[in-house]
Every structure is written in C-alpha cells, then in structure tokens.
Design a protein around this ligand. Sequence first.
Ligand code: ATP
Ligand code: MG
Length: 584
Amino acid sequence: MTNVMHMSRMYAPTLKEDPADAEIASHRLLMRAGMIRKTASGVYAFLPLGQKVLAKVEQIVREEMDATGAQEMLMPALQPGELWRESGRWDDYGPELMRLTDRHDHEICLGPTHEELVTALVRNELRSYKELPLTLYQIQTKFRDEIRPRFGLLRGREFIMKDAYSFHTHQESLQKTYDDMSAAYGRICERLGLDYRPVEADSGQIGGSVTCEFMALAEAGEAELVHCTCGYAANTEAGDCLARPTEHDVPEMQKIATPGVHTIAELAAFLDIPESSTVKALAGKSDAGDLVVLFIPGDHELNELKADRAVGGFTLLTDEEMEAYGLPKGSMGPVGLPKEARVVAARSLQAVQKWVVGANEDGFHYVGAGLGRDFEVDEWADLCIVQPGDSCPECGLPLSGARGIEVSQVFQLGDKYSRAMDATFADEDGTETPFLMGCYGVGITRSLAAIVEQHNDEYGIIWPFSVAPAHVCVIPLTVGDEEVQPAAEKLAADIARLGLEVVIDDRSERAGVKFADADLIGWPLQIVVGKRGLAEGKVEVKLRRTGEKKDIAFSTITELLAFAKRSGGITKSGTGYFDGLFER
Ligand code: ATP
Ligand code: MG
C-alpha cells in the first residue's frame, strides 16, 4: 500500500472533554478519538478511523475462521417469526427480541442470533451424512433490546457478531469442531492483543450443555470469574463451588438467645465469629411442590440456577408460606424442621461437623448443632456461587477473583434446534436423524472495546499493531514550511512503500494539539519531523506503548523500519508494537 492518509482531510473529530455518559475507558476514548458516535441508546456509528479498526478485527476473525475450514456466508437480519415459533424461542426469548409486524401482519424479528435461520436454511438441502460435517459463518449486525444498554460498545442494542454454526452426524465430530473453534478463538484473542481466559460457563438462553466463554480480563467487565494458577477458570455463575467453611467447634449443641438477629452478618457479629462459620438456610418449593430447605455456608450466596437443577425447580417461599409452615425468617435451621421438608445442603458443609445455625424459633440460634447427631441432611449438592478464596476444583488451591468481558463463546447445542425444527439427514442406513449442532459467537464490536479497555493510558488508546487504524503517524511540526513539509511527505511515502500504513498529520494545528491527538488516537509509532531536527538530519521517533523517544537519523529511519518489519519484530504477534525497535 502506498497511500498515505492525510489528517487534514480525514473525518476524525476528536474531543477534548470526556462525554458525560461515558463511564468506562473504551467508551470514553473511542468517542474522544473520533472513532464512534452514539446515535441512540446502545446504537453507535463507526466513523472512518473506527471503521478501519473494525475492519481489521473482522479480518482477523475471518482469517481464523477460514483456517478452520468454516465457510463465510451472509444471512439476513430480518427473520420470520414462524421460525422462532418452531423452535419455541418466540415465547422464550423475551423482550430482548426486537419484534416487528410487516404490512401483511406477519411477525418478524431482527435477529439477535441465527440458530433458527441457519437450521431452516440447511434443513431441506443438506441431506446426506456424506456432506457432513459442515460449518458456516457470517459477520453480521445483531439486534438485542438489552434491558440496560451501557458501556458504549460493550453492551449495545445493535452490534456486530461473528456467528458460526456447525452440523454433524455424531458427537465425536461435533467435539472435534468445537475443539477447533475453541483453539481458533484463543488465537483470535491473541492476535487482537487480548489478555484472556477460557472459562467454564453456563449455557443460559441458547441451550445445550457444553460451553466455554472467552473472557478478556478487565475491571470494566460485567462478568465475575475465578481462576487458579493451575489454569482452571470459571464464570462465578457456573463454576463448582468448593467453599471453605470454618468449623466453630463446641462439644454440645447449645441454644442461644439471639434477640434482634436476622441476618448472617448480625449473627456473626453477635457471636464474634466469621460469617464462614455460620450456616445460612433458604426455604422454598420444588416444581413438584415439595418443601425444600437449602443450607449453604454463611459467607456464600445461593446460585439459583444450581438450586433449580439440584432440587428440580426452586422457588423461595413467600412470607405467608413461611408462616404457614411455622418457619421463622432469619432463624431457620435443620433441627426440628417440618417432617416433610427435604433437607438439601451444600457439599462443602459435609466437612463441617458442628453447625452454627437457626433454631427454628424467632430470636434463637444453635451453636454446635451436630451433623448426623442432632439432624440429618437428605441430599448434598453444589448450590453456591463460587467466590475467590474457595478451593480450586482441579487442584485445591484457593481461587483468585477477577472481572472479565465475555468476548466470545462456544456451545455444543446437540440436537436441540434440529429436533425442534425437524432438520434431519439420511445416515448410512438411510435413517433420518436430526443433526448435531454447535454454535460459536465472537462479539466483534465488543472485542474492539475490550482491546481498548486493556490497552490505554491517561493520554488515550494504545492500539496493538494488529488492529491499529494505521501503524505510523508522521507529524510535521510546521506545516507549510518549505523544508519540513516536503520532507515529512517524502518520509511518509517511503514508509508506506515498505508496506506499512501511514498517516501524516498535516493539519495546521499547534504541535501540542497534534501530539495530544496522536496519543489519543493511539498510533503505535509516531515520527516527528521538525526544522531543527532536519537541520541535524534527525527525526524524533516515539513508541506509543512505552512513551520511549529517540532521535534517529532521517536517512536511516526507513531502513530501520524495513529491518524491523523483515525481522518480524513488528508483525509477529498482535501486540508487536515495533517492540525492540530501539534496541537495534
Ligand atoms: P451477555 O451475557 O454479555 O449478554 P450473551 O452470552 O448473551 O452475552 P451470546 O449470545 O453468547 O451473548 O453472543 C455471542 C457474543 O456476542 C458474546 O460473547 C458477546 O461478545 C457478543 N454480544 C452479546 N450481546 C452483546 C451486546 N448486547 N453488545 C455487544 N456485544 C454483544
Ligand atoms: Mg454468551
């Protein structure tokens, strides 16, 4: 590429001030750098510089998808409601689905994801086991009427996703594609310069059972995760909770008056013991109508999804129902429960012999309630939200906590959609069998924002080389100067000829304004051409990532960049930001 972009002609309106509604770095900086603009809540336009980055992110994703053998296609955003009725999701998806009615009164939705559409597309034409496996993907705009669109590109109502769908005859084939896709997702994160963790996740709305989320670690992330030095990582919604309750050992069960104590915090303070030495009780009903009382370590929270699964649907009792069973709110315990109650406790409490727990009498608790002596537990289950400090389920060490941005997710769907939508193939015996399916999504716009979350400083964005809107910015200090300007133009053209992307800031702005904008926009390398330097045959080169500056002979700068490029120093990984340029 030999085109040099000229800032004087570029539509890149930078802002000096932070937009009032921008709470996090990526939103703030993408706005300020003139890359995106909001047009409605959760809806953004990409201005030219933002579009350049977006195209690079898409291209990296495309290359990695193509390398797995997946085939790119493009599906429409408008989807017939009928298909969603077939799968059952017209009702299940809820208000996040953007629904409309056309002039003929037909139900339509704007696709939030494309399982239904792709299944309907292939079901009549993908007929034989001989054509399988097959993976199709697209990079396309998705719509979700999020209850709380926020954080700029991180949670939009309109956003770009790469979604892929695979079709298989048998589980091993699905597993193989799932593994290939997971590996590709790891490479995508690396090439985007993201510090990420693949984490155990819950399959949520889409369904299926085997799934993994790729989390970019960032404080701004909405997901909480736990991870371990052994490599284990999980979304706290999904991870196995091996809490570490502490034993409060007293020989005999004692009933203690605890006037006014209703919460775990109050109980722990009253007895002067840690919350982890107490046991929390929650009473509810299963879908079958049983009374179920759950017990979990006092310092943990109930994971409702896990409780649902353990019990067969779990709904907390209302105050009236509690009263009807004679259960006192805030001092329930396992001793003296109604006979019909199913007692289900968190597995980690199995190791705790003496419980500090409610006495089923308002204003009273037991300490030293003996498991197997004073009460019995009917079932043990994984019930809590895992939290930092719990034991790693793989190696037992205490887990650390972090926050993450879910940039992508892979799922094994099994035959959920193919069965519901009657999508079958003829197997070797000619028997019609539903496809096994996988689906795999990368949030393109969310990934772009995640990159900025991880790569910024007080001055602006620090683009990884792989996705920077251009690699080098040449800044002539005095525009119009008859030596400086042509020298800068020539330098820019020479660099472009090396195959690097170059922009020249030829605006007649003060140097300070140009430097500030260059740092804000985040070009990986800046080259300042000034009158005094030129007289000495030098330009100043600055690495955006480290802020390092060095005077380099004008005559050798292109040679140096060519060398850096040849030796792979600038392109070997996503984050190769001209690393080591100054060492040579
Ligand atoms: P979340 O839990 O954050 O709402 P999700 O699990 O519903 O996301 P998926 O259905 O797995 O999302 O979609 C695949 C990818 O699309 C996500 O990993 C994410 O990167 C991206 N994505 C989902 N919702 C949004 C959104 N509202 N704005 C931007 N990107 C999104
Ligand atoms: Mg997801």
